[in-house]
Design a protein around this ligand. Sequence first.
Ligand code: GLU
Length: 609
Amino acid sequence: MGPAAGSTTRRRITALAATAAVVATLAASSPAAVAGTPDAAPVKSPVAVGYGGAVSSVDANASAVGIDVLRRGGNAVDAAVATAAALGVTEPYSAGIGGGGYLVYYNARTHRISTIDGRETAPHTATDGLFLENGKPLPFDQAVTSGLSVGAPGTPATWQAALDRWGTRSLAQSLAPAERLAERGFTVDQTFRQQTADNQARFADFPATAKLFLPGGRLPVVGSTFANPDLARTYQELGRRGLGALYRGDIGTDIIDTVHKPPVSPTATRKVRPGKLSAADLAGYGVNFRSPTHVSYRGLDVYGIAPSSSGGTTTGEALNILQRYDLSTMSSAQYLHHFIEASRIAFADRGRWVGDPAYTNVPSRGLTSRQFADSRACLIKPDAVLSSPLPPGDPRHPVSGCDHGGTAAPTTYEGQNTTNLTVADRWGNVVEYTLTIEQTGGSGIVVPGRGFLLNNELTDFDFAPANPAVPDPNLPGPGKRPRSSISPTIVLKDGRPDFAIGSPGGATIITTVLQVLLGHVDRGLPLVDAIAAPRASQRNGANTELEPGLYNSPLRGELERIGHHFALNPEIGAATGVQRLPDGRWVAAAETVRRGGGSAMVVHPSGKE
Ligand code: GLU
């Protein structure tokens, strides 16, 4: 962190802490934070400051579950798994055992960063024509609501792997609070109702989905209690019998049957294509422990997730480009301009080079090297805008001059969904974890009697190359992981955690994580304010998306005058993070408004200086 930006950040955090402690006290000490009863949901607060560990997620029940694990002596990994399992109950359209995700972990004992790639995998029978019919790509929405898009889930294996390596609790213990939550239910809020409404038409076409999420054929009412006894039983079975119940047992058989013969209502008119996921695909599933990506940025060490996600390499490349500029003293317009252009360049390179490393040679080191960033940063002009699609450069052989790239390919479409959580414990361990079932509502298909939705993660593959003249590393393949944008990021200062950040939002995850990081490090914003700040997202497209706070500001005109084009995006991402203060306290930070606001909690709230 640059000295000027650093001192501003610390000053503002101190001022914030006094008020934050009041809300944090309310949040962490409400009876429901311990008991988790449906009629007394914990108070939601976007920020909390104190000792003993911290949890931030989009949901107060889930954060309370994590805090309770920490309070009872569990570590950050135990709490992260328990929180994730709770999100599977309260955020069933974004996360759950039917999906996958990526976890980044800082181990306070070894001072090392490790990661788990728990991405879903394609069936071993998949080819690059998985989403082609008569040589043409399927319409995206038809692919989404299908058995075809369901990958072998990675989330249960991620939980078990994290607990085995770094946790202190069993899977059964970690699932128990979520199991209770599923049994007793949680209070429906406006976000849950709206997400159900957005999915109502397709949910209604699957009787098992409608029975669970549209009880009596209607949307759940705000303030009512939503319970999921089927999921409680599934969690119990998983806890009692272990992972084998899903990857080689009854739960797996139910998943496979559902994928092979999606249980569609006889009155449904939509065509729901079956998939070919098999028992062998489930039995063969394994997570990957991968080395993190790493770049240094203003004296900080930024660790991210390596491919199969494009998160770490793309944020890393953008940071390497941006470190050449003093963003802390730039005007707001110039700062945004540089952020937008660096994102555009990094996305051009992501599209050409990043896919599942088991299937394509991903030049991760090149993409995150200073030399390559230098060969691309020279494209940025202070008073003109690059046009998209921008051609990719070649990170395998960075040139000493300017790399203008070869042939361009547009960025392919991705939705904007998912959920994220951040946990820190009293020992200094940190977990940043993004988990997903892809689309909000996943495939729309609940496994009958099991209480969870199947993912549609395979739609993150490119259905066909965006430009046939440019090699595409993200076409479907047998057993292949679709490229992700998930970007859980842990930032160290002098070898110790400084802050951690992650977000949902499909490909906008990358720009959100980047923007929060820049807002905090370069623009001197406290983490919660960096998260709250209005967002922009440029992904090598003609338009940069702006949230209303930027779209309706004079900054837009200033930027349009130098050639930017903008489109309105009502809401981008839903970030969570933690920050370690110099005195050892944790700041947990979440959204103030997006997705109805997030839930930040600490174990022992404290406003003390
Ligand atoms: N499928 C997305 C990805 O892995 C995450 C889901 C989302 O946020 O849209 O990048």
